[in-house]
Design a protein around this ligand. Structure first.
Ligand code: UTP
Length: 319
């Protein structure tokens, strides 16, 4: 990869957040409530994701919503009645917290209609995004606050053009749960913007991708996680895409076409920071506990209760 051969066509200004999935792993909690609205301490998971986009300078946010997604739209909208009640009580801290949500980003919504897959959800963003590169953030995937992953991916796009995926090394017995990438070293481009600086995550070139490979067949243990910077050329591929794994239109399959053809490079940032999957029950519980422990207002008391709880050696009651 050589920085001089790629000219960035446009800066990324828009974030797309698909939230139209059925959330079946979390039923019955997600029967009438989107999984992205489940609270992580005192904010819904989606708020962390929108904050991450806004912190990276992406203040135009399009949510791809589906059934039962009214709560997601309401969360980022004004709530005059609630604000008046808090103001009347003089509860300025909560009033500020409520107002801050509305001011995070310019929110837009489009409905997916039927959950035909992540690739199809991304295609629903086409008319809003137009012919510009854009970011995709999955609404149930949280990146530790302050990790700077999205910012680094934006720098990679600016330096090398093409598309960028976030990769994480996972245990070999977990590769079948993810899209997995075959990668090669990013070449001798040198430490320009976007290339890994000291303390930044490594940059690789993606040469192949497989969605949820059968056990033992993954091309590597680099799993694709829920952050992408996509070149708009991906829309053309998604238009033509056939259903793939699980009968769904897969974003991974469109990215694979790009990676294999080599005409539009797919770069990978190998993320080594903290990531939380709130769409999975056990991982969701760990997320809430970890982030609660870090909170200055709740953490000290909560940690001490947790320590006592663990010391007491609680075991599940026999039922
Ligand atoms: P997931 O497969 O994790 O979400 O999709 P899901 O289908 O809601 O979850 P389970 O497996 O049934 O529990 C990854 C992301 O893509 C979105 C989801 O909302 C999630 O944020 N998605 C998925 C869509 O927006 N539309 C789809 O058709 C599929």
């Amino acid at each position: 990869m050589n920085a001089s051969t790629h000219t960035p066509t446009a800066t990324v200004t828009k974030a797309v957040i698909p939230v139209a999935g059925l959330g079946t792993r979390f039923l019955p909690a997600t029967k009438a409530t989107p999984k992205e609205m489940l609270p992580v301490v005192d904010k819904p998971a989606i708020q962390y994701v929108v904050e991450e986009a806004a912190n990276a300078g992406l203040e135009d946010v399009l949510m791809i919503t589906g059934r039962n997604k009214r709560a997601l739209e309401d969360h980022f909208d004004d709530n005059a009645e609630l604000e008046q009640a808090l103001a009347a009580k003089g509860d300025t801290a909560r009033l500020d917290a409520v107002r801050r949500v509305t001011g995070l980003a310019r929110m837009h919504h489009v409905r997916q209609g039927r959950p035909l897959g992540l690739g199809h959800a991304v295609l629903c963003a086409r008319s809003h995004v137009g012919d510009e590169p854009f970011a995709v953030l999955l609404g149930d995937d949280l990146i530790g606050p302050g990790e700077g992953l999205l910012e680094q991916m934006l720098r990679v796009r600016a330096a090398y053009s093409g598309s960028v995926v976030a990769l994480m090394e996972v245990e070999p017995d977990r590769t079948h749960l993810y899209g997995c990438a075959a990668v090669e070293r990013a070449g001798e481009a040198g430490p320009v913007d976007g290339r890994a600086h000291d303390g930044e995550d490594a940059l690789v070139r993606v040469i192949d991708l497989v969605e949820k490979p059968a056990q033992g067949t993954a091309p590597s243990n680099y799993a694709v996680i829920g952050r992408y910077i996509l070149d708009p050329v991906v829309f053309d591929l998604l238009e033509k895409a056939e259903p793939g794994h699980g009968g769904e239109i897969q974003l991974t399959d469109a990215l694979r076409e790009l990676a294999v053809s080599g005409d539009h490079p797919v770069h990978g940032v190998v993320f080594s920071g903290r990531r939380f999957d709130t769409g999975d029950r056990a991982s969701y519980l760990r997320t809430v506990i970890e982030l609660a422990c870090e909170r200055p207002d709740l953490g000290p008391d909560f940690r001490s209760w947790l320590t006592d709880f663990v010391r007491a050696g609680h075991e599940a009651p026999v039922r």
